[in-house]
Design a protein around this ligand. Structure first.
Ligand code: ADP
Ligand code: MG
Length: 303
């Protein structure tokens, strides 16, 4: 079976500016693949080309083994897309929004209604069935956008920041629903800047910045490779600690008042820091994808 998505040296330019700079990756059937990166990294530009919304300025793009430039119509019917910004019609009801979308795919009316009912139930939206979309909260609108993306029963689901701006309850509900869909064999491409989300949902992911891919792999491998097993955070830095770390060849990084030490599970080091260098506050914790992300993309604020 060919990969579901094959991206080869894909480029996007806006005038002189290169937003996506020759990126390549593949996604296999049933995988959940994450595209991570700071604001402005080029995530949305990349996936808009993948779902055929924006023309590419170089490279090759195949979805379901089909060429996106020549076989777009066939691809379109097999993917579901949830764009970064809500594109629901605010004057129509929840159900009408689903109906109209089903019309774009020429889904027969009875089947469309059956799917709409199932999706409203799946996303806990039944009670809002006849509510105007303009009156929905952000969380409800997101759930409806996702429901709408599934109306054609797509094999591949592309989500651009599905949970940005949501409250924790809505976010967890969405995660749960996405896991459920994964268990049914759907393939996912999603962008997010929530590292916890990526760790929980993604089988593999890449981190990009300034249009280029920095790293790619499974969350666990990336953490092990770029950070190690564990982190020690020390508040209140001291020159003696820096000397100690240098002498033991232990990686560290200063984040303002905090020293982040990449310890890799060495108990002797942990003990030494605990007894000698913990005058204020020390935290001993497992390394996370967020540590990888910050180490690679830095702390400078973005757009
Ligand atoms: N239509 C456009 N015209 C010009 N520049 C754009 C356009 N869309 C995005 N950009 C720029 O391209 C870069 C990547 O944007 P985007 O793909 O939206 O990044 P991300 O989704 O990772 O935040 C940003 O610097 C953004 O300002
Ligand atoms: Mg974006």
């Amino acid at each position: 079976m060919p990969p579901i998505i094959e991206v080869e040296q894909l480029c996007k330019r806006y005038g002189d500016f290169t937003a996506v700079d020759s990126i390549s990756f593949t996604i296999n059937t049933g995988e959940c693949f994450g595209l991570l990166g700071p604001n402005g990294a080029g995530k949305t530009s990349a996936i808009r080309m993948i779902y055929g919304f924006a023309p590419m300025n170089g490279g090759r793009l195949r979805v379901f083994g089909l060429d996106i430039e020549t076989e777009w119509r066939q691809i379109r019917s097999r993917i579901g897309v949830c764009q970064q910004d809500n594109s629901l019609d605010p004057d129509l009801s929840v159900l009408q929004n689903l109906d109209i979308f089903a019309g774009y795919f020429q889904i027969p009316k009875r089947l469309a209604r059956q799917r709409a009912d199932e999706l409203l139930q799946f996303f806990a939206l039944e009670k809002k069935r006849d509510a105007k979309v303009g009156e929905l909260s952000g969380g409800l609108a997101r759930r409806l956008t996702l429901a709408r993306a599934l109306i054609n029963d797509p094999e591949l689901i592309i989500l651009d920041e599905p949970t940005t701006g949501l409250d924790p309850q809505s976010r967890h509900l969405l995660w749960d629903r996405l896991q459920n869909l994964r268990a049914r064999g759907k393939t996912f491409l999603l962008t997010t800047h929530y590292m916890e989300e990526a760790s929980q949902l993604c089988d593999r992911l890449l981190i990009m910045d300034h249009g280029k891919i920095l790293i790619e792999g499974t969350p666990a491998d990336l953490i092990q490779e770029h950070i190690g097993a564990s982190i020690i955070e020390v508040v209140g830095t001291s020159p003696e600690l820096n000397v100690f770390l240098d002498a033991h060849n232990i990686g560290f990084e200063s984040r303002g008042e905090r020293l982040i030490i990449y310890n890799n599970g060495d108990h002797a080091v942990e003990q030494a820091i605990r007894t000698t260098f913990c005058s204020q506050q020390c935290t001993f914790r497992a390394a996370t994808l967020e540590d990888v992300f910050l180490r690679l993309t830095g702390r400078e604020l973005r757009e």
